[in-house]
Ligand binder design. Structure first.
Ligand SMILES: Cc1cc2nc3c(=O)[nH]c(=O)nc-3n(C[C@H](O)[C@H](O)[C@H](O)COP(=O)(O)OP(=O)(O)OC[C@H]3O[C@@H](n4cnc5c(N)ncnc54)[C@H](O)[C@@H]3O)c2cc1C
Length: 365
């Protein structure tokens, strides 16, 4: 039986472990945190990711968390409609996206794995293309080593040396909150140098995020976030008021430059370790799920890792580039440029936006 060590027990790592296990591999996941947890945040999973989850046999429990009858689109800070997503056509053409709590997604993936696949509390310090992995409990070797250890991957060093993450110029706060009223909109609000997003979750709570331009590592407090969005349209101030400041997530936004390769010897990189991207298209995790399915399909084939690299690198680069571009437009702050942007958004037909999404959402395993 072929063996694999997966470094990192995030979405990408667990999905890869599941994909390889289903193809008969013996897999061990090494995760540095003492427990597999994801707090205070949702994640949008688009139709491409849902197809990957179907291939892993866990599409149904994820789809069961879909919220039906939502509208979607972009508003300005006063609540005026800038763009509307044609949800019916989106659903018909590609399948509707599902927004889930991250903890629920991780639990669905973990529960589908054989017991004892995941070893928590093991920090990996280095990997070698010969298949050996050095970690806090010793050294392990395998036929395949998967670097699914995120933005600041240590496994990546063995593939392409030190790679510096690039700060995008904006910072994000995320929360999952309860609102007394039912939210039926899945959308974003674009202001000057700031954006807000919200999506209802199946359990009635709301996943929301606030993004604004800021220097890297600026500390910021949640009280400042509430102040910054205080004049924005309903229910934004209410959502921020309802959020527990101790349970919000605060992250500066980064991506990494294009890597020359995703593989070296027995190592394959995947997810954020390979292509950390800005979250403007909601595709980072979705791409990690695609990676997992493709890697498991090819890993045992002759020349399989080279084929994985050829299949995944151009696609993820295309999506990362688009995502960064949307971030630049969404974070514009000069008033004349914002006015121009908003006018253009009002004029773009919903059918054109859907067509542009096609290349991303159309993916099949
Ligand atoms: C604000 C924000 C919003 C986002 N929204 C979306 C969205 O809506 N949809 C979407 O698809 N994506 C979204 N993303 C992107 C998505 O979160 C990531 O792309 C995804 O989590 C990547 O998964 P991963 O498994 O590759 O990496 P990670 O989730 O970073 O997991 C890496 C794992 O490896 C572990 N690890 C790290 N180093 C080591 C080590 N040395 N040894 C052992 N273990 C280690 C970590 O503890 C972690 O568990 C968003 C990102 C941000 C910042």
């Amino acid at each position: 039986m072929s063996t694999a060590i997966v470094v990192g027990g995030g979405i990408g790592g667990l999905a890869t472990a599941l994909a390889l296990t289903r193809r008969g591999w013996s897999v061990e996941v090494l995760e540095r945190t003492p427990e597999l947890t994801e707090v205070g945040s949702g994640i949008s999973l688009w139709s491409n990711a849902l197809r990957a989850l179907d291939a892993l046999g866990v599409g149904s429990p994820v789809r069961a968390q879909a919220v039906e009858d939502v509208s979607a689109g972009v508003r300005d800070a006063r609540g005026r409609r800038l763009a509307r997503t044609d949800v019916a056509t989106l659903r018909e053409r590609f399948g509707a996206p599902v927004v889930v709590h991250r903890a629920a997604l991780l639990e669905i993936l973990r529960a589908a794995l054989p017991e004892d696949t995941v070893r928590t509390g093991i920090a990996v310090s280095s990997a070698d293309p010969d298949g050996s992995v050095t970690h806090s409990a010793g050294v392990s070797t395998a036929d395949l080593v998967v670097g699914a250890d995120g933005l600041n991957s240590v496994v990546r060093r063995a593939v392409c040396g030190e790679v510096r993450a690039r700060y995008a110029g904006y910072t994000a706060w995320r929360a999952v909150v309860e609102l007394p009223e039912k939210l039926t909109e899945f959308g974003e609000t674009w202001g000057r140098g700031a954006r807000f997003g919200m999506a209802p979750l199946a359990d009635g709570r709301v996943y929301c995020f606030a993004v604004y331009n800021a220097p890297e590592h600026a500390p910021g407090t949640f009280a400042e976030v509430r102040d910054r969005f205080a004049g924005w349209h309903h229910p934004i101030p209410a959502l921020l008021a309802a959020a527990d400041p101790n349970a919000v997530l605060h992250n500066d936004i980064y991506d990494i430059p294009a890597l020359p390769s995703f593989t070296a010897g027995r190592i394959a990189l995947l997810g954020d370790a390979a292509h950390a991207m800005t979250p403007n298209l909601g595709q980072g995790g979705c791409q990690a799920l695609e990676d997992a399915v493709v890697l498991a399909r090819l890993a045992a084939e002759p020349d399989g890792l080279a084929r994985y690299d050829r299949e995944r690198r151009p696609r993820t680069r295309m999506i990362a580039t688009r995502s960064a571009r949307i971030g630049t437009i969404g974070q514009l702050s000069a008033a004349p440029l914002v006015a121009l942007r908003d006018n253009v958004l009002r004029l773009v037909p919903a059918s054109l936006s859907l067509r542009a999404m096609g290349e991303v959402l159309d993916w099949t395993c």
